[in-house]
Design a protein around this ligand. Structure first.
Ligand code: SAH
Ligand code: SF4
Length: 386
């Protein structure tokens, strides 16, 4: 047989396999409600959902034959119609300081990154929600790559699944490794609303990862209508990427501010915080410090005034440089002066430490490998009528 024919047969077999797989339901991406609906749709009882969720997220199996409390006939049926498939891990990196990074490939062909940061008895997993980002903040390397795709639920929760598999994390135990999840990896979570909400539900579900709502944080650059909608369906902790204390400066750093300026953003933050029934919860204000741009004493003073009615803590993120960014990180003295000035007004202000430097795992350095960015950002924003 000629090489050519052989390779086309191989391609046909591959295609047939992938078509067959494409029709299978990936159970990794089903929230509790959707898993129940799936079992009802195949004529099974709802309690099967509970059993399978535990196998998937507590035991992290990817093979139905390992599910020992499921009958052989149902396992055979599941093998034919469903699958448990996490995103492909392209590489894993382990830093000397305990930080871990996984680069995973998603269906669109792009790669995104997930980072685990152990600190003071906590283990925080930083999860990506999109390959690239359409919002183009001027100091963010993800934004500079444009937008490629929204991650599916299986691709978002799959990042938690992969990390939990690595640590052999036991959700029900207190000494688990992953204690917190922050949606602060690549992408703007509120631009991939439904998939992010379903994924966060699985993070908090006892049959998923059992994290409390305080330990799951969504970070947004300020997509105001989506933030308002979030208050109707979720009660996770909120972080807002502010980065500037006035509209003029924020317009140049965070372009979504031109559409939703600071007064609208602050209103939406109040609305979200008021929707949380438990008191004492505060919004985290993220402020990336860029030398000579937003780190001057007048910026600190304006920030103090702007946030005077907002129950918040402020997290300063010294800029993490990347090639051709055009920005610089302020000196340690400048960072301290800014911190002290805001602290003096009574705010709780922390400075984010850079972790995983040796594996490029710091905020804004998550570059993944985003493909085909041509005009997708504009289409993506247009589709969401922003
Ligand atoms: N899209 C969301 C979440 C992902 S970014 C958001 O913007 O909030 C997580 C945080 O890292 C954001 O506050 C973001 O502004 C910040 N960031 C992005 N690039 C950075 C860089 N190069 N240095 C420091 N922080 C950066
Ligand atoms: Fe997108 Fe957030 Fe980066 Fe802005 S900072 S471009 S919203 S990922």
């Amino acid at each position: 047989m000629s090489e050519l024919i052989e390779s086309s047969i191989d391609q046909a077999v591959e295609l047939a396999e992938s078509t067959a797989n494409a029709e299978k339901v990936n159970l990794l991406g089903l929230s509790r409600a959707k898993m129940e609906a799936f079992f009802l749709s195949i004529g099974e009882k709802k309690f099967r959902a509970e059993q399978v969720l535990k196998w998937v997220h507590h035991h992290r199996v990817d093979n139905f034959d390992d599910m020992s409390n499921i009958s052989k006939s149902l396992r055979e049926r599941l093998n034919e119609t469903a699958e448990i498939r996490g995103p492909e891990v392209v590489s894993s990196h382990f830093s000397e300081d305990g930080t871990c990074k996984w680069v995973v490939r998603v269906a669109s062909g792009s790669c995104v990154e997930t980072v685990f940061i152990p600190e003071n008895g906590r283990g925080t997993l930083c999860v990506s929600s999109q390959a690239g980002c359409s919002l183009d903040c001027s100091f963010c390397s993800t934004g500079k790559q444009g937008f490629n795709s929204d991650l599916t639920v299986a691709e978002i929760i799959g990042q938690v699944w992969i990390a939990a598999r690595h640590f052999n994390n036991v959700p029900a135990k207190m000494d688990r490794s992953i204690t917190n999840v922050v949606m602060m990896g690549m992408g703007e979570p509120l631009m991939n609303f439904d998939n992010v909400v379903d994924s966060m539900d699985l993070m908090m579900d006892d049959l998923g990862y059992g994290l409390s709502k305080r330990r799951v944080t969504l970070s947004t650059s300020g997509v105001v209508p989506a933030l308002r909608k979030l208050s109707e369906v979720s009660n996770v902790s909120l972080a807002v990427s502010l980065h500037a204390p006035n509209n003029e400066l924020r317009n140049s750093l965070v372009p979504i501010n031109r559409k939703y300026p600071l007064d609208q953003l602050l209103d939406a933050i109040h609305h979200y915080m008021n929707s949380l029934t438990d008191s004492k919860r505060v919004v985290t204000i993220e402020y990336t410090l860029l030398a000579g741009v937003n780190d001057q004493p007048e910026h600190a003073d304006q920030l103090v005034v702007l946030l005077k009615d907002v129950p918040c803590k402020i997290n300063l993120i010294p800029f993490n440089p990347f090639p051709h960014s055009g920005y610089e990180r302020p000196s340690n003295n400048a960072i301290r002066r800014f911190q002290e000035r805001v602290q003096l007004a009574g705010y709780n202000v922390t400075v984010r430490k850079t972790r995983g430097d040796d594996i490029d795992a710091a905020c804004g350095q998550l570059v993944g490998n985003v493909m085909d960015k041509t005009r997708r950002s504009e289409r993506h924003i247009a589709a969401r009528q922003l």
